[in-house]
Design a binder for this molecule. Structure first.
Ligand SMILES: CC(C)(COP(=O)(O)OP(=O)(O)OC[C@H]1O[C@@H](n2cnc3c(N)ncnc32)[C@H](O)[C@@H]1OP(=O)(O)O)[C@@H](O)C(=O)NCCC(=O)NCCSC(=O)C[C@H](O)C(=O)O
Ligand SMILES: [Mg+2]
Length: 279
């Protein structure tokens, strides 16, 4: 499968027509039209109509277009799923997934259409069910996890700091569960819109955890996020050095070699190839 960048995934309320129009010009890899928590109850119907119209009209170029629906336990969830499944966005994002059966319920509302499902990891219960939730991928079309640190903080009573100290183990386990079943995995949002330094610190932490990208709430977070998730010149040089070393005839049958004083194995070759593809 060719590498598809999901470094920056910008949420916007689908009730905000101006934001949707602006998204077509922004440098994010993924656009998430939100029907859920960013939309007030009396704007839910308009948001749904505008999200559906946005998919129909297109104009988002190479950006992936994802719609986050309301939960199936709300009065809007089933209608959101029916309307969005009919226009088939690049993925449908299901909120507040707690169990494997929750994913099956969302998948059951897609009318048999093969639309990738992404699941929010944002309930306390989900943290104990990550393996079972991710394992539904072949049967449900589950293709991604998106972390929801705001809801996790709300449910657990934890205080969110820049480095998400209360959730470090949860973040690591979510990445591991996603990788175990071939899902993509996106980090949560950074709420402090004017704190560029804090955002950069958190984005670097997300890269360290192995996330594919980070969800965002404002256009000003896109460039620093893309920078954080794009391999820098040193990483790219090192990746190319590893690829070149394994391409030498004398290394053709070796599993581990010495490169610039470091042990390098074929698993590092695979990582190096991914780095070059990302760059
Ligand atoms: C947070 C905001 C409400 C701030 O809005 P505002 O103060 O109006 O922003 P600015 O004046 O700075 O906007 C400048 C221009 O940029 C456009 N803009 C702003 N935000 C977005 C956006 N997200 N997408 C596209 N365009 C955006 C404005 O329209 C201005 O444009 P222009 O007039 O042409 O200059 C607002 O940023 C916002 O609504 N953000 C998204 C909120 C959202 O979607 N939240 C839901 C997801 S977060 C979450 O719930 C995660 C998870 O579930 C969890 O539990 O953690
Ligand atoms: Mg949430």
């Amino acid at each position: 499968m060719p590498y598809k960048p999901r470094r920056s995934a910008l949420y916007m309320p689908a009730s905000n027509a101006k934001a949707i129009a602006k998204a077509r010009t922004l440098d994010c890899d993924v656009v998430i039209l939100d029907l859920e928590d960013a939309v007030a109850p009396d704007a839910k119907a308009v948001a749904r109509e505008q999200a559906v119209a946005a998919v129909r009209e297109g104009g988002f170029g190479s950006r992936e277009l994802v719609i986050r629906v309301n939960g199936l336990d709300t009065e809007w969830g089933a209608d959101d799923l029916a309307a969005t499944a009919a226009v088939a966005p690049d993925a449908i994002l299901a909120p507040k997934v707690s169990t494997a059966d929750d994913v099956r319920r969302y998948a059951g509302h897609l009318g048999g259409r093969a639309i990738p499902l992404w699941a929010m990891v944002e309930t306390a219960l989900s943290l104990f069910r990550l393996d079972a939730i991710a394992a539904t991928a072949p049967e449900t079309g589950l293709a991604g996890f998106v972390i929801g640190t705001n809801d996790l903080a709300k449910e657990t009573g934890a205080h969110l700091d820049t480095l998400r100290t209360p959730f470090v183990s949860a973040l690591g386990l979510a990445v591991a569960a996603a990788r175990a079943y071939g899902l993509i995995v996106l980090d949560g949002v950074y709420n402090d819109l004017d704190d560029d330094e804090g955002f950069a610190v958190q984005a670097r932490q997300a890269v360290t955890f192995g996330f594919d990208g980070k969800t965002l709430i404002h256009p000003r977070q896109i460039d620093p996020c893309n920078r954080a998730f794009t391999p820098d010149a040193a990483a790219l040089d090192w990746a190319r050095t590893i690829i070149a070393a394994f391409a030498l005839p004398e290394n053709a049958s070796k599993g581990a070699i010495r490169v610039d004083g470091r042990m390098v194995e074929r698993l590092h070759l695979a990582q190096a190839e991914r780095t070059v593809a990302m760059a």
